[in-house]
Design a protein. Structure first.
Ligand SMILES: *Cc1c(COP(=O)(O)O)cnc(C)c1O
Length: 320
């Protein structure tokens, strides 16, 4: 195993990705601040290239490939956003990309991945093991596997979003972060503990897949079946070895949000802030609304992690 990532690695990642990744906007809403009696700042990774923060980790990882690794190619498995991120990053560095995606991944995510030049291999997310498929492809074709969250370069890259946020807004009292496998949360922990050490940090999972919460309470990584939730970016079955170790030591708590609460958060983003956020990207804000007492009178950060949702899907969720 490589060394666990530190804030120094986040700083190096920030320099490495600067030519390629967007510095995403920080947005505020007077209506939302008044509703919550808090000052809320939203870090809008839905405006990142490929529509989610995952581009940060992918660029940081692929930019460190050796010449041989670049030539042989990269393989990644993902429900969508990591796939698109690796496919675009690979095209930037001229690296052939093979992406293992569930056959029921959102059509827009599959189309975007192919559009960036990635070769897509499908699997059944409820019966097949994507990690196994990725490992086999890596071994057979000599590809380098870039996992979606449990890798020091990926974690360091994801940490650059919170680093930008804190650099721009200064100290926060609390920060709410969507949680799947924990790459975003653990990177955020590295940045936040360095830049705003007293800030409370909350990871937020879909209620149907609260393996992270159970892992934190029980002290070891809990594995679950693929949870059924509209938060397709957080249908992970377990935290990683690196991510759990960082989260265990650095998180204040892990909270959950239901699918219904995610839809209401999506509606507020669309109607009040005029921004399109995918269900997984709503986890942080949904938890803020579930816990008004934790945020009242405070300066609160929320990471909006992504905005990739088919428009007909968006319409049916908001219209239903
Ligand atoms: C991947 C993803 C997450 C979860 O990130 P992890 O690093 O796996 O915890 C959250 N939101 C969106 C939009 C994602 O694509």
């Amino acid at each position: 195993m490589s060394l666990a990532p530190t804030f120094d690695d986040v700083e190096s990642a920030a320099a490495r990705i600067a030519p390629y990744a967007a510095r995403t906007p920080v947005m505020r809403s007077r209506v939302i601040n008044e509703q919550l009696g808090a000052e809320v700042v939203f870090k809008c990774e839905n405006f990142q290239r490929t529509g989610a923060f995952k581009f940060r980790g992918a660029v940081n990882a692929l930019s460190q490939f050796s010449a041989e690794q670049r030539q042989a190619g990269v393989v990644a498995y993902s429900s969508g956003n990591h796939a698109q991120a690796v496919a675009l990053a690979a095209s930037i560095f001229d690296i052939p990309a093979t992406i293992v995606m569930p056959h029921d991944a959102p059509a827009a995510k599959v189309a975007a991945t192919k559009g960036y030049g990635g070769e897509v291999v499908s699997y059944d997310r409820y019966t097949e093991d994507r990690e196994e498929i990725g490992r086999i492809l890596a071994a057979e074709r000599g590809l380098t596997l870039v996992p979606p969250y449990d890798h020091p370069h990926v974690i360091a890259g994801q940490g650059t979003a919170a680093r930008e946020l804190l650099e721009e807004v200064g100290d926060l009292d609390a920060l709410f972060v969507p949680l799947g496998g924990g790459g975003l949360l653990s990177g955020t922990i590295l940045s936040t503990r360095a830049l705003s050490p007293n800030c409370e940090l909350y990871g937020v999972e879909p209620e149907a897949g609260n393996d992270g919460q159970r892992s934190l309470r029980g002290g070891s990584i809990v594995h679950i079946d693929t949870p059924i939730t509209i938060a397709d970016g957080a249908q992970t079955q377990h935290l990683g070895t690196y991510t759990f170790d960082i989260i265990r030591r650095g998180v204040t708590d892990i909270l959950t949000a239901s699918d219904g609460e995610l839809v209401e958060a999506m509606r507020t983003f669309a109607s009040v802030m005029k921004v399109v956020v995918e269900p997984t990207g709503c986890l942080g804000f949904a938890a803020v609304r579930n816990h008004p007492n934790r945020v009242r009178g405070k300066r609160v950060g929320v990471i909006i992690s992504g905005g990739n949702i088919d428009t007909d899907r968006l319409a049916s969720l908001l219209g239903g």
